[in-house]
Write a protein that binds this ligand. Sequence first.
Ligand code: NAD
Ligand code: MG
Length: 390
Amino acid sequence: MRRITVFGSTGSIGVNTLDLLMPGAVDVVALTGGRNIALLAEQARRFNAAIAVTAYEDCLPDLRAALAGTGIAAAAGADAIAEAADRPADWTMSAIVGAAGLVPGLRALRHGGTLALANKESLVTAGPLLMATAAKYGATILPVDSEHSAVFQALVGEDKAAVERVIITASGGPFRQFTLAQMQAITPAQAMAHPNWSMGQRISIDSASMFNKALELIETREFFDFAPDQIEVITHPQSIIHALIGFCDGGIMAHMGPADMRHAIGYALHWPRRGAVPVERLDLARLATLNFEAPDPVRFPALRLARNVMETRGLSGAAFNAAKEIALDHFIAGKLPFLAMAAVIEDTLARLSRENSLQIAATTLDDVLNMDHLARKTATEAVASRQQGS
Ligand code: NAD
Ligand code: MG
């Protein structure tokens, strides 16, 4: 039986992953979650997992109580999540949100199996380290982001040297047609309401600001190793085409599918074969039109900031992601306006680049985590100085 671990099983990707698995047909090693203990315990019971881990120590008594008498082990904290990754698994889903997903993913790669990577932040913060770790242990990383799964699928059987450009699509989010003036007053509740995809709170807001697409540009660069100027973003409000590959003969391969993450998760689950996945089948006649437009760099500065990171590489991805997480925390808490998130991130990167520390290659975990820590501190200061200034 295939041994499976799901990091972030209680989240949007985690729930969709378990939806594709049949209890009894897989050997579930570990499931991890956060504060939703009722769901984590229900999942662990349903799949008779060996261990369930919550990220939070104060949730452990509840988790223990909910699993009493099942024989399922319970644990809590970041170290316990990393230790869960040390339990051998053949297929691991990395679906924790944020930089917290990096260490579990790295540790899971040591088993030499498959890491289905939804946690794009791992590639953004530590792409070279993640790819080198996979190579060292003979592990396979399969992208689970819809655009990156689409690129991966469109490249099967192709010669990478024949690729001229890679285009990932963006829905444009809920504010695609907002004016700059309207964007001054965006609330977290508005930013969470994505027009096409049902996702976790943080990635939904990142989609609205296009910081999700910024992370995805960097993710494309790190995973597929194309040059930054080969990678483009196009806004495509219907979210039917997820990515396109342009070849040297002028042909373009586009990947289409429903806006349902179970397609990309299912592809990673069945790879290298294809297996049946219960997503809606597209009715092209009903869709009728597919629109495309260039993203507006003025209202959505995230893509420009990502371009700088793609050029600089080094530890700038770790700094960019950490600053983004801090800015997002403050926006969600109602302490930072929507448009100020980009300003805080830009300010953080400018402050850090003066110290020349962004150039160091992201090849050791210590360097990445130190930069993550420093950038969080710097971004918090950048938020504070804006608040004092306003
Ligand atoms: P989510 O917020 O719905 O779920 C996140 C999961 O991580 C939950 O299980 C939560 O308990 C856990 N978690 C949160 N903080 C944690 C921490 N500090 N330590 C340990 N666990 C923690 O998020 P999601 O939408 O499922 O996204 C998960 C990842 O997948 C993100 O990296 C996101 O960018 C990526 N992704 C999501 C989608 C989507 O459709 N939801 C699409 C593409 C990529
Ligand atoms: Mg995506």
